[in-house]
Design a protein around this ligand. Structure first.
Ligand code: NAG
Ligand code: NAG
Ligand code: NAG
Length: 938
């Protein structure tokens, strides 16, 4: 052990610099009874940040794992928020404690939209994989997957009080789904291009769609008479389903009418013209659909009000009066003027809001007194909020808040650590910020030119930036002011390096020169105070653009990387050529020299890193380091370990002596541009095109390389395993409706656990059997066999109880898929066990759910198995009686609750419970429905 080198693990410590990621929407949330409109939730890469917009502070972080957040949707009661991710997963977080206990896995790619139903009992999710899935939030399971769209789902809305769903997609169609039968009964083909957004207005009687042009189309929805007999068996539906599919195959555009109309009729009511000419980027209404807003890929938000029925009637009668008067004036016995009600009488333009950058997402909230709050997530990492009075004649939106402090507007191209390890500098296209490393608070924000390289001047009181226009900018941190801008080069100033004696710097530029500068204190003519400046002392002329410069720590040599793919090394004192490092096929973008001036490491756009000896310029090793350009590299101070950052989103640690890859830091979602390691080596900060800055920390945990590689292989294997499609249910065709779940590593593991439990049960049963046999043979009671230690560990449970416990521990949302991947040979055993559970009245609901699912998927095999006949027969009677019992209890309870409700209402003479009990009833109804299903199947 003593001889092996110990590597310490670096671990992710914080994400900062992001105010809101572009991928996911912005939404208002309520926190702990806080006032409405004060908090907004936005994605911040894989996390969700909740901002207090009034104070401009981050108040909560909902921790993600690996994948970026792609959609956010708060529950109607405001207690939860559903978060959709790029890998198709959905997690539901509590806004009370920021934790997530529920996750749904069903989509194969990013969640593109989510909505709750009015009660918050179901969640619909649409995805880039073109599927729509409805989830039961209360039972934490998937209900069904709806297939039919052919492109990204852009919106999915439940209709209030109807078991219907309407979805839109980039495939240009709007589809209506009957959730009773899970099929699409209507496809609207009126849009010739992508449907980018939809809102439901007038209590779900009007649909407004936004598309690739400036026209918002309004559709009136008329619900046809409900099916005459409610109890009528819905056998017919299967046929309709086929009919619909036929229709889709030979699509007849505009021939919508010929299709037999069912459930509802949809007629175009008119259109609203937006001012913007481009596509709708987002179309959003407030929760009661009184106001909606719409914007394209620009900075203007257009807001509209939807008038209520009374308002429209009032307006119409006013108009009519006016017209009558006018008519009477013009002619004595004029005929009664007729006023036709137009769309523009019902939907009125409110105002426009001009934001300070292109808008990516919006949300709005209508508060008491007609105050409208609008939150905008802009395309330059900024959140702005506005407020306006909708009751005003000409409402004007006032900017209430702007969140900009915690991040840069454009990508950070350079980072630096202060010499005391406590402050971090980040600079982008227009600002430079200095952060407190421990709190990650911004200490200073200063305007600058487009920065490419930077450093702290020794003493940490000033910073120097090199810019794209070839300038050096010197800032003083105490005052936060720009001291001086030096016209240093005629081309981009790519690189900057502090001299080892700390008396000056060297700069390298695209103007083919390397310049040496000395620090000087100069009397400021204005204030008569001394301030820092730099004096140009020497110039090294080269044949090619200079990309990177570095002194050797002993100050003897200077390494210069050139556009011709070579690195040339010069003597610092004489500027004489020493040696050239050939070998890279593309330019070297970054290089560093070890603390003992023994090694030089170069990273190139050719994806390789080369390790060279600085004595002779011999290449020790070439490593294929990244899958894309190596953008940055740096030695960990006082070691021969170094980190590289790649355009492939990864950061890797290497050993320059053993040529070993030690560790990969994954987290960034886009290209990593740069990186800085603190002088004590304990921290690393990195910046990326995903707008995030990430802090990584050296832990005390040692890395064993073999284990690290083993873990990487395992992760790869698991990822591959989970990618396989779920087995298809026999007898089920790939139709419109499909099971909601998806095979994941969790479901595979759950199935494995069930198998293990069943095997343990078998083993124990066999032991008991043998024991009984032995007792009979011996004619006396023998000591019972030792129970399996697992059973003892779980509190001396019986083997059969243990199996049930294992099933109970499977996440509700993963139960079906876990059973689906369970091989059939385990099923007969399981059915027998189910029978005993039901007899004992154990977990009847859960057992029924598993039982019916297994019966459905293994129908053929079960029915053809003679051995199972008696089991099934017993199950039939037992299940029936148990379920009847439960139903009676539930009926009794529900009656008692209703009774209580009446009691209280008559006492208080109010109906404030109506809401809560309504919800309860809904839950009950669902349960009862399930039981009804139980009965018909049994
Ligand atoms: C907006 O336009 C820019 C280019 O003008 C484009 O890169 C970007 O993807 C567009 N964004 C959206 C949401 O369409
Ligand atoms: C980006 O954001 C800043 C700060 O909110 C704003 O001043 C600027 O004009 C914005 N727009 C662009 C295009 O950079
Ligand atoms: C950073 O914040 C900590 C805690 O508030 C404070 O003690 C420290 O002085 C700050 N450091 C700098 C460099 O501002």
């Amino acid at each position: 052990m003593g001889l092996t080198k110990q590597y310490l693990r670096y671990a992710a410590s914080a994400v900062f610099g992001v105010i809101g990621s572009q991928k996911a929407n912005i939404t208002y949330v309520t926190l702990r009874g806080g006032e409405r409109g004060r908090y907004v939730a936005v994605a911040a890469c894989e996390h969700v940040f909740i901002w207090d917009v009034r104070k401009g502070e981050k108040v909560q972080i909902l921790q993600g794992q690996k994948h970026e957040v792609s959609f956010l949707c708060p529950s109607p009661d405001g207690v939860h928020i559903a978060v959709g991710y790029e890998d198709g997963a959905v997690r539901i977080f509590s806004l009370l404690n920021g934790e997530s206990n529920v996750s749904f896995n069903g989509h194969k790619s990013g969640v593109s939209v989510m909505n709750y139903d009015a009660l918050g009992a179901r969640l619909v999710t649409g995805s880039k994989d073109t599927d729509v899935i409805v989830w039961d939030v209360i039972n934490e399971c998937g209900l069904y997957r709806l297939r039919g769209h052919k492109d990204v789902i852009t919106q999915a809305l439940f209709l209030k009080d109807k078991n219907l769903l309407v979805t839109s997609s980039k495939d240009s169609f709007v589809k209506w789904w009957d959730l009773d039968t899970q099929h699409c009964f209507k496809t609207m083909v009126g849009h010739r291009s992508e449907v980018w957004g939809m809102v439901l207005l007038n209590q779900g009687n009007r649909l407004l769609t936004g598309s690739a042009d400036s026209e918002l189309r309004a559709w009136d929805i008329n619900f046809l008479e409900e099916e005459k007999a409610e109890g009528e068996p819905k056998v017919k539906k299967g046929k309709t389903l086929l009919d619909d599919e036929d229709d889709e195959d030979h699509e007849k555009e505009d021939d919508d009418e010929s299709v037999e109309e069912r459930i509802l009729r949809c007629k175009k009511a008119g259109s609203i013209l937006r001012e913007a000419r481009d596509r709708v980027v987002s179309l959003t209404s407030d929760s009661r659909a009184r106001v909606f807003g719409c914007h394209g890929n620009d900075s203007v938000l257009e807001l509209f009000t939807v008038l209520s029925e009374e308002e429209v009637t009032k307006k119409m009668s006013k108009k009519l009066k006016k017209a009558k008067k006018k008519a009477a004036k013009a002619q004595e016995d004029a005929p009664e003027p007729v006023m036709e009600r137009m769309l523009k009488d019902e939907i009125v333009r409110l105002t426009n809001i001009k934001a300070s950058a292109k808008i990516r997402w919006m949300d709005c909230l209508l508060c008491a007194g007609g105050e409208l709050k609008v939150a905008l997530l802009l395309q330059n990492n900024t959140i702005e909020t506005y407020s306006l009075k909708t009751s005003d004649k000409t409402p004007v939106a006032n900017k209430m808040a702007r969140l900009t402090l915690g991040g840069h507007r454009t990508d950070v191209r350079t980072l630096a650590f202060s010499s005391d390890n406590l402050a971090v500098l980040s600079a982008s296209g227009d600002t430079v910020k200095v952060w407190n490393r421990s709190t990650l608070q911004v200490i200073r924000t200063m305007a600058c030119e487009y920065a490419l390289c930077s450093l702290f001047v020794p003493g940490d009181r000033q910073i120097i930036l090199g810019t794209k226009s070839g300038k050096l900018q010197i800032f003083e941190l105490a005052s936060g002011s720009l001291l001086e801008t030096v016209e240093a080069h005629d081309g981009a100033l790519w690189s900057l390096c502090l001299a080892p004696d700390q008396r000056g710097i060297v700069t390298g530029s695209a103007d083919k020169t390397v310049k040496f500068w000395e620090f000087e204190l100069m009397k400021d003519t204005g204030t008569n105070q001394k301030r820092l400046t730099v004096k140009h002392t020497r110039t090294l002329q080269l044949e090619e653009d200079v990309l990177c410069v570095k002194f050797s720590p002993d100050h003897r040599l200077l390494a210069v990387s050139l556009l011709d793919c070579t690195v040339k090394v010069f003597y610092t004192d004489t500027l004489k050529f020493f040696l050239s490092l050939y070998g890279h096929k593309l330019p070297v973008l970054c290089l560093d020299i070890s603390h003992d001036s023994a090694l030089i490491v170069t990273g190139s756009a050719d994806r390789n890193v080369k390790i060279w000896g600085l004595d002779f310029g011999d290449c020790h090793r070439s490593l294929l380091a990244h899958d894309d350009s190596v953008m940055f590299l740096q030695f960990v101070p006082k070691t021969h370990l170094f980190f590289t950052a790649g355009k492939d989103r990864k950061i890797k640690q290497w050993d320059a002596d053993k040529f070993e890859h030690i560790q990969t830091l994954e987290g960034h979602h886009r290209e990593v541009w740069c990186m800085a390691i603190s002088p004590n080596g304990d921290h690393l900060v990195s910046s990326s095109h995903d707008k995030s800055l990430r802090l990584w920390e050296r832990t005390r945990e040692p890395i064993i390389l073999e284990e690290e590689r083993e873990m990487e292989r395992e992760a790869e294997f698991e990822e591959g395993m989970a990618k396989g499609d779920i087995p298809v249910v026999p007898g089920e065709t790939e139709g419109e409706a499909a099971p909601a779940g998806k095979k994941t590593i969790e479901t595979v593991k759950a199935a494995e656990r069930i198998m293990e439990a069943l095997e343990l049960y078998r083993e124990e049963s066999r032991k008991m059997e043998e024991h009984k046999y032995a007792c009979e043979n011996a004619g006396k009671e023998l000591p019972p066999p030792k129970p399996n230690p697992i059973l003892v560990a779980f509190g001396n449970v019986t083997p059969s109880r243990y199996v049930l416990d294992v099933i109970k521990k499977v996440r509700s949302s993963e139960l079906e898929v876990s059973l689906l991947v369970l091989p059939f040979p385990y099923v007969p055993e399981l059915l027998k066990l189910f029978n005993s559970y039901i007899q004992q009245g154990l977990e009847v609901e859960l057992v029924c759910r598993c039982l019916f699912f297994l019966l459905r998927i293994h129908f053929g095999q079960i029915t053809s198995n003679q051995m199972l006949l008696s089991v099934i027969d017993e199950l039939r009677t037992n299940t029936l009686s148990r379920v009847c019992q439960i139903r009676d209890v539930m009926g009794f309870n529900s009656a008692a609750l209703k009774f209580l409700q009446r009691e209280i209402e008559s006492k208080e003479d109010v109906t404030f419970f109506a809401d809560a009990t309504g919800r309860l009833q809904e839950k009950k109804k669902k349960r009862r429905k399930r039981e009804r299903a139980v009965l018909t199947i049994a």
